[in-house]
Design a protein around this ligand. Sequence first.
Ligand SMILES: [Zn+2]
Length: 311
Amino acid sequence: MTTALLTHSDCLLHQTPSGHAEQIARLEHVLAALDHPKFDPILRKKAPLVADDDLLRVHPKAHIDDIKDSAPESGIVQLDADTFMSEGSLSAALRAAGANTRAVDLVLSGEAQNAFAAVRPPGHHAERQTPMGFCLFGSVAVGTKYALEVHGLKRVAIIDFDVHHGNGTQDLLEGDPRVFFASSHQMPLYPGTGHAHETGAANNVLNVPLAEGSNGEEMRRVYEETILPNVALFRPELIFISAGFDAHSADPLAGLNWSTEDFRWLTHRICDLADETCSGRVVSSLEGGYDLDALAECVAAHVEILMERGA
Ligand SMILES: [Zn+2]
């Protein structure tokens, strides 16, 4: 088997104001890093536009209509303090979610062992009715519900290692006992949620806050002692990763001190867990990561390990 890479040039058309951290150059750097002979064996697929039915499993129609109606014909409109839409944003966001449903198809059909969605905008801050934190739709949540409802899986786990709490994913899925959501994140930090006492409406949420300045050693400890064992107990049939790389020491938006090597280690350990519980089935989707060089280096390392483990 192999690793699938899902992306689309439309994801390069989502414009944000000059100086905004979530910029087109992020994905350009990621795609340039993946444009290397060592990634030749990868199964490259265009991310489709997600179907409305797939969005409707996590967002009410009013939210979907609001986002569609907000898309400007030109220029840039502001949806909240740091979330914007340009002419190309709608199709970028629809493809970011569609990359996740298509990745589920590829991994569950056995066409790919695992998959990475190189997409933007990110999704893990989008709540049911609220775009926020650069996010319009909850792409990983959409993929998770798709795996449960369309493919009939009974248990899906999400590991969110973005430096920010995945409040949107938690909001969209915490009522569903077929989902286990585990997040590590810096606290205090945007969006302000993700306390350890937030355990989910179905007792299916594990939040592990990390102190500013903490490093990869602390990350490895909490994953080994808390996050990985709890996900294993859930016995997932598929593991999603909300793969944000903004816990890197070089990142301008946060204050954790993980190295590229730490992300490499974490990817290996999540693949180990997937091997133990779900025949190695992993779908990873790009969330944050705002230092362009660190982001590109981390994604390349992450995908390299997925390939190694999926071979
Ligand atoms: Zn983030």
